[in-house]
Design a protein around this ligand. Structure first.
Ligand SMILES: [Zn+2]
Length: 367
C-alpha cells in the first residue's frame, strides 16, 4: 500500500486574519464572484470586514445565510444560489456544520473552497470530507472529496469571541487524534485519503496531543477572557491544523464511531461533536485495554478543561442497558472506523467498554 499525506493548500492563522482574506485568496489565484456561506454570528461580526477585504482584492461576493444543519437539502439550497450567481469560488465562514456544507457545495460544483472557521471546535476545517446529517440530527454519511480546501483562514480574534465551550470541544476532538492515529498506524490500515499513514502524520498527531496537555487549560482561561495569547494560538492550531492533518492522514478508529453511536440517542444532540468524541476517546482506551497511567492522564486533562468523562455529561443520565446496546449497535455499523481496531468488535464488547468507561469517569469525578 502506498502512503498518502494530504493537506489544505494554504493555512493562515492569527489575530484579525479576516482582514487578509481577499489578499490570501488573490495569492492563490482564486477568482470571483464568490459565494460566502455565512453563519449568523459570523455575519454580524465580520460582514463589514468581508466587504472591505474582498472588495480591496477585487472579489465580488454575495452572502448565503446558513440554515444550521449540514443536510442534503441545505447543500442543494446553497448550490442553486451559487449556480444562479455563477460564482467561481465558495467561502464558508462559521462553525463545523457550515464548513461541511461549504465543502460539499464546492465539491459538487467543482469550485475552489475557502474555510474560515469562527470557532476552533473541531478538526473538520482542513479536511476533504463532510459529515452529512439527517433532518433529525443523526449522522447520515461521510462524504469524501478529491481535494482538501484551497485555503483555511482562522481569525483568532474571532475565535476568542466565541464561548469557551467551543474551544474545549475542539480539544475533545483533538484529544482523540493521537489515540486513533496510532491505532491506524500500528494496524497499517488505510487512512481517510485511501493510503497508508506516514511518519509525518503520526508526528503531527503526537504534537497535537502534547500541545493539548501543555497549553489546554491556559488557552481555555484566555478564551474565557476573550483574549488571544500564544497558548491560545497554539491550541487553535492544535484543534484545527494538527488534529485535522493527523486524523485525515493517519485515520480514525473507535472514538469517532462511539461518537456516531451516541448520536443515535436524541438526548446527546445538544452536545458538541468534540464533547461526544472526548467520551469516545476514553471508551477507546478502555476497549483497547490501555495502561491505567494513560487513562488517568486523559481523565486528568479532561476534568481540568471540562470535557465529558461520563454518559451523564453527554446527556445520558441513568442510561439503560438497552440504550447502551443501541449505542453499541450504531457504533459498529458497517463502514464505521471502529473496524480499524486490530480486533473484531462486537456489540457486547463495545457496550461493556462504554459502561466501564462511564463507571471509571464517575469514580474519577468523585475523587
Ligand atoms: Zn472529529
Amino acid at each position: 500500500m502506498l502512503s498518502v499525506f494530504s493537506s489544505p493548500t494554504r493555512y493562515t492563522q492569527g489575530r484579525d486574519a479576516t482582514r487578509s482574506l481577499g489578499a490570501e485568496m488573490a495569492t492563490l489565484g482564486l477568482q470571483g464572484p464568490v459565494l460566502l456561506i455565512a453563519g449568523r454570528s459570523a455575519r454580524r461580526l465580520l460582514e463589514k470586514t468581508w466587504r472591505e477585504s474582498l472588495g480591496d482584492s477585487g472579489f465580488e461576493h454575495s452572502i448565503f445565510d446558513f440554515g444550521g444543519e449540514c443536510t442534503h437539502a441545505e447543500i442543494e439550497r446553497a448550490k442553486v444560489v451559487a449556480q444562479d450567481a455563477r460564482v467561481q469560488a465558495i467561502v464558508g465562514a462559521g462553525g463545523g456544520k457550515l464548513l461541511d456544507t461549504a465543502r460539499a457545495v464546492a465539491a459538487d460544483l467543482k469550485l475552489p473552497v475557502v474555510n474560515c472557521p469562527t470557532v476552533a471546535s473541531s478538526d473538520a476545517p482542513c479536511s476533504a470530507l463532510s459529515v452529512i446529517y439527517t433532518e433529525e440530527g443523526v449522522v447520515d454519511e461521510y462524504r469524501i472529496y478529491a481535494r482538501n480546501p484551497d485555503l483555511v483562514l482562522v481569525d483568532t480574534s474571532v475565535v476568542a469571541q466565541a464561548p469557551a465551550r467551543f474551544l474545549v470541544a475542539g480539544m475533545g476532538d483533538a484529544l482523540a487524534t493521537l489515540l486513533e492515529a496510532r491505532t491506524c498506524f500500528d494496524g497499517r490500515v488505510k487512512n481517510m485519503r485511501g493510503g497508508g499513514s506516514t511518519h509525518s502524520a503520526l508526528a503531527l498527531a503526537q504534537l497535537c496531543y502534547r500541545t493539548l496537555i501543555a497549553d489546554g487549560a491556559e488557552a481555555k482561561r484566555a478564551v474565557e477572557a476573550h483574549a488571544v495569547t500564544p497558548a491560545m494560538e497554539r491550541i487553535v492550531e492544535a484543534n484545527t491544523l494538527l488534529s485535522g492533518l493527523g486524523f485525515e492522514s493517519s485515520g480514525l478508529a473507535a472514538a469517532h464511531s462511539i461518537h456516531n453511536g451516541l448520536t443515535a440517542m436524541a438526548e446527546t444532540h445538544s452536545f458538541l461533536h468534540g464533547e461526544k468524541v472526548a467520551f469516545g476517546a476514553l471508551t477507546q482506551l478502555v476497549l483497547e485495554g490501555k495502561p491505567q497511567a494513560e487513562i488517568e492522564e486523559l481523565l486528568t486533562f479532561s476534568c481540568e478543561v471540562g470535557l465529558p468523562v461520563t454518559l451523564a455529561e453527554v446527556g445520558l443520565e441513568d442510561c439503560s442497558t438497552e440504550a447502551v446496546e443501541t449505542i453499541a449497535r450504531r457504533t459498529i455499523e458497517p463502514g464505521e472506523t471502529i473496524h480499524n481496531e486490530p480486533f473484531e468488535v462486537t456489540v457486547p464488547m463495545v457496550a461493556d467498554a462504554i459502561r466501564s468507561a462511564d463507571r471509571t469517569g464517575r469514580a474519577w469525578l468523585k475523587g
